[in-house]
Design a protein around this ligand. Structure first.
Ligand code: HAM
Length: 432
């Protein structure tokens, strides 16, 4: 036997046992997008590397060490997308759909980051994301946060009984100017205590000092208790904006906690940032994250356009649904209603015709036996498929233009039904 080839590290196969949960998630997402008037945009998975450097930021972990970057045959540097916001902005500018317009967009699909794989952290993972352009007011921040809450709520994850541990963390990063001021104050503070910092934070001190606030090191966190706080540096407009976001979240019944250390790992944010986090998923507890990024469109060559959005990690959401045992059943792929067993050459064409006729109702989910086998083996397959009925088409039945209908769940009698009546018979059964 030749050697087997395995999946790449951190790149997962999502098997059919799990895809039902994904489908359920996407059904809820689609419903919420429709409710809020967001339209889907489908974007490439590869882009010019430069795009992410200029948006996510050169000094971020994502760009510095996590991108899958290649030279193509023309020696152009391209990267698998590590996130969707920059791609969406690039597309929006390129197609002229952002300038002087309001756009509410959403996307889904795989993202790629070369991180050290662990539970909840993968090299290929999936996001659904929303991006709204052309609206500067706090109402848009509230809208996208409310959408994220509605998706989580519709999945049952915000139901207190589910005990998902989810909470909404909120912060404001102000404007680039106020952030620069805060950054200087933070650097001055950290430099005074540099000896107490670990290597990682010391490195970040010169490259991306705000990320020191994110440090997982308890000693650093203790030190940060005395550090300057971003909220004290906000300009009056950003402060008013943030107050209004908070007021509307209260008004609409979306609880949140303020986290002045929430800075996000991507450079493009301004003003409101937020994350939905839980302790139920171990170290990778952020299931959704986003915020405002008023400077990014201009930074990527478009006309200045305010924008805000978020992305949810599908793997983490599914994992959380499973961890808190969201009601079983709905999330499974649906079993067929009927399984058609047929045998013998003479039954081939009538079986094919019957199968397609039943499916043409658009209501009867039907598995048709393939790969031969005696009736006993076929009935076994029928049972395993989870179907409610086995339909049996053999020589005897054909001669009588009939089909045997055998209930597989419950104990109704097996019945011979005329071939041209089976459709109605099954539809009536499904209706009841
Ligand atoms: P992000 O925080 O980098 O933000 O990612 C958003 C979400 O994607 C995370 O909260 C997490 O659920 C999931 N995620 C990220 N990395 C991984 C990974 N390695 N494995 C599994 N899941 C992961 C963004 O991507 C921004 N584009 C969000 C945004 C949209 N901001 C404004 N608009």
């Amino acid at each position: 036997m030749s050697q087997r080839i395995q999946a790449l590290r951190g790149m997962n196969d999502i098997l059919p046992e799990e895809t039902g949960w994904w489908r359920r998630f996407h059904d809820h997402v689609q419903a919420v997008m429709d409710l809020y008037g967001y339209r889907e945009i489908i974007l490439p998975v590869m882009e010019a590397t430069e795009l992410f450097k200029r948006s996510v930021g050169e000094a971020t972990d994502i760009v510095e060490k996590e991108m899958f970057t290649f030279l193509d045959r023309e020696k152009t540097s391209m990267s698998l997308r590590p996130e969707g916001t920059a791609v969406c902005v690039r597309a929006g500018i390129e197609h002229g759909i952002l300038h002087n317009q309001q756009q509410r967009l959403w996307y889904r699909g795989p993202m790629f980051r070369h991180e050290r794989p662990q539970a909840g952290r993968y090299r290929q993972f999936h996001q659904i994301g929303v991006e709204a352009f052309g609206m500067a007011g706090p109402e848009l921040d509230v809208e996208v946060i409310a959408m994220s809450a509605r998706i989580l709520r519709s999945l049952g994850l915000l139901d207190p009984a589910a005990d998902s541990g989810l909470r909404l963390e909120l912060n404001s990063l102000g404007t680039p100017d106020t952030r620069a001021e805060y950054r200087a104050a933070l650097v001055a503070f950290l430099q005074k205590h540099e000896a107490q910092l670990d290597d990682d934070s010391r490195r970040r001190l010169s490259t991306n000092p705000l990320r020191v606030l994110d440090s997982k090191n308890p000693q650093t966190q203790e030190l940060l208790a005395g550090a300057p706080v971003m909220a004290d540096y906000l300009d009056a407009e950003s402060r008013a904006h943030f107050d209004q976001v908070q007021a509307a979240l209260k008004e609409t019944g979306i609880p949140f906690i303020l986290n002045p250390k929430l800075v996000r790992g991507l450079d493009y944010y301004t003003r409101t940032v937020f994350e939905w986090t839980t302790t139920r998923l171990g170290a990778q507890g952020t299931v959704c994250a986003g915020g405002r990024y008023d400077g990014l469109v201009g930074q990527l060559g478009g006309a200045d356009t305010p924008a805000t959005g978020f992305a949810m990690g599908v793997e983490r959401i599914v994992q959380l649904c499973r961890a808190v045992a969201i009601p079983a059943g709905i999330e499974e792929n649906q079993p067929p209603h009927a399984y058609l067993c047929w045998m013998g050459e003479a039954a081939y064409l009538p079986a094919m015709r019957l199968a397609e006729e039943l499916r043409s109702t658009s209501r009867i989910r039907l598995l048709c036996n393939a790969g031969g086998g005696g009736f006993k083996a076929q009935l076994k397959r029928a049972d395993k498929s989870g179907a409610d009925f086995a339909l049996i088409l053999g020589e005897e039945e054909l001669n009588a233009s009939q089909c045997q209908v055998k209930p597989l769940r419950g104990d109704g009698p097996q019945q011979a039904i005329a071939l041209d009546k089976i459709k109605d018979y099954l539809l009536e059964k499904l209706g009841s």
